[in-house]
Design a protein around this ligand. Structure first.
Ligand SMILES: Cc1cc2nc3c(=O)[nH]c(=O)nc-3n(C[C@H](O)[C@H](O)[C@H](O)COP(=O)(O)OP(=O)(O)OC[C@H]3O[C@@H](n4cnc5c(N)ncnc54)[C@H](O)[C@@H]3O)c2cc1C
Length: 404
């Protein structure tokens, strides 16, 4: 078990610089344009693939060959410092990869994760489709069904998924569906829907408040038939698990908690990148902008606001890095992944709002990036578990009680 340290190793420092350069030179100059266009920024993702920043090898290297757990949050912070909408366009496929890794066999991971990314010459996209129009936080309320057709060894999927990143434009969709409605959230399984499968279509594409370069849409599944091998895990394992639940036997809650918690520091790192961008911009602006004959930063009211913003950013990074390390060791005790994600989401929303305040009227216009960063930040209080769901998870972890 590696010791927790805030000291990045040489490889991580190199990687941080490499992604920072990409964010500064390739993402920032076009961030405003893609936000206004509200379209998936294919040329930027293709460029990321060209240099090896978008690809399964990058994810595998970052996730697997890093005993410290810090590589991913460091990489994501830099990417989202560039722009959160484009950052999400680059990172969205990782949601599908994580879904496959969480439930699939190692053969399935090797078969499908590379297909989610495609190649540098021809990129592909992945989508992870769990949420539904009537059930986001309440995962027990999913209605999308998966029925097994034994004669053909096929699964038949029906339902509608909502707010899906890369939904309908992805090559590979990972779909969470109900196999036994009697068992609530314990009766779910995940399925791969391969490219060009008949019956899968894009519903409405959402017009969003922020991260507008990231594509978010409904996914409609109408008698979608996938081969038996597209069930993640295996039919035998699924039958075993369902039988256990029906007998009233408890699953391994500790193992499930470690899995859910492990992805949250990465989402926190996204928020952190936005917060840091807004902080840096505000400091520079406050030094330049004069009012009443002096730079506005010379007023304590502004300087102290910046001091508080910097403190929140540091606090968020510390929580994220520690949670990322704990995730690597599978050593979460008090839902530290949720704490990190919740803190970073709140920090980004607050810091970017303060940044608008510091920029005054300019901050409120689209000529300056802080209003975009504020819009982009807010999603981090909502997706991958809302602020309130994180509070629920944390309060249950610290109390050992089933808080409702
Ligand atoms: C841009 C974007 C991208 C997304 N990408 C994906 C994706 O790729 N894949 C995917 O599957 N989903 C995705 N989502 C969906 C996202 O995960 C859900 O929106 C989120 O989980 C919240 O669910 P909901 O919107 O149904 O809100 P609800 O669950 O209806 O919550 C509404 C409010 O009630 C609160 N609340 C709910 N239950 C409780 C409770 N028990 N106690 C206290 N408060 C509660 C919530 O905190 C929230 O404030 C995305 C959403 C957005 C907006």
């Amino acid at each position: 078990m590696s010791e927790f340290s805030l000291q990045l190793n040489e490889d991580q420092i190199q990687l941080q610089k490499w992604i920072h350069d990409f964010a500064e030179n390739e993402i920032r100059p076009v961030a405003h344009e893609w936000d206004e266009r509200e379209e998936f920024p294919y040329p930027v993702v293709e460029r990321a693939a060209e240099i090896g920043l978008y690809g399964w090898e990058f994810i595998a290297e970052g996730m697997m060959n890093d005993p410290t757990g810090l590589t991913m949050p460091v990489a994501i912070e830099e990417l989202f410092w560039g722009d959160a909408g484009i950052g999400m366009a680059i990172m969205g496929t990782a949601l599908a990869a994580a879904g496959i890794a969480a439930s699939g066999t190692s053969e399935q991971v090797m078969e499908w994760v590379p297909q989610c990314y495609g190649t540098a010459d021809k990129i592909a996209l992945g989508a992870f489709a769990a949420s539904e129009p009537d059930a986001g936080s309440d995962v027990g309320g999913y209605r999308t069904s998966a029925k097994y057709d034994e004669a053909k060894d096929e699964w038949v999927l029906n339902g509608t998924k909502a707010w899906i990143t890369n939904g309908g434009i992805a090559d590979i969709h990972v779909v969470v569906a109900v196999v036994d409605p009697e068992l609530g959230s314990k009766g779910h399984a995940s399925f791969i829907v391969p490219p060009d499968t008949p019956g899968l279509s894009m519903g409405q594409k959402y017009k969003k408040h922020g991260i507008r370069a990231s594509h978010t849409a409904e996914v409609v599944l109408d008698d979608v038939r996938v081969p038996g091998r597209c069930l993640l895990g295996s039919k035998e394992k699924l039958d075993e698990r369902l039988a256990k639940v029906r007998r009233g036997e408890k699953g391994n809650a500790q193992a499930a908690m470690q899995t859910f918690e492990a992805t949250r520091p990465a989402v926190g790192a996204q928020a952190l990148g936005i917060a840091r961008a807004a902080l840096e911009y505000s400091i520079e602006y406050a030094k330049e902008r004069h009012a009443f004959g002096k730079p506005i930063i010379m007023n304590q009211a502004i300087a102290f606001m910046l001091a508080d913003m910097a403190t929140e950013v540091e606090a968020s990074r510390n929580l994220i890095w520690r949670a990322a390390w704990l995730g690597k060791q599978r050593a979460f005790k008090n839902a530290e992944g949720s704490m990190a994600k919740m803190k970073a989401g709140r920090t980004a929303t607050w810091v970017t709002e303060r940044a608008i305040q510091i920029l005054g009227g300019y901050g409120y216009t689209r000529e300056y990036p802080v209003e975009r960063w504020h819009r982009d930040a807010k999603i981090h209080d909502i997706f991958e578990g809302t602020e309130q769901i994180q509070q629920l998870v944390i309060s249950r972890a610290i109390s050992g009680l089933r808080i409702e």
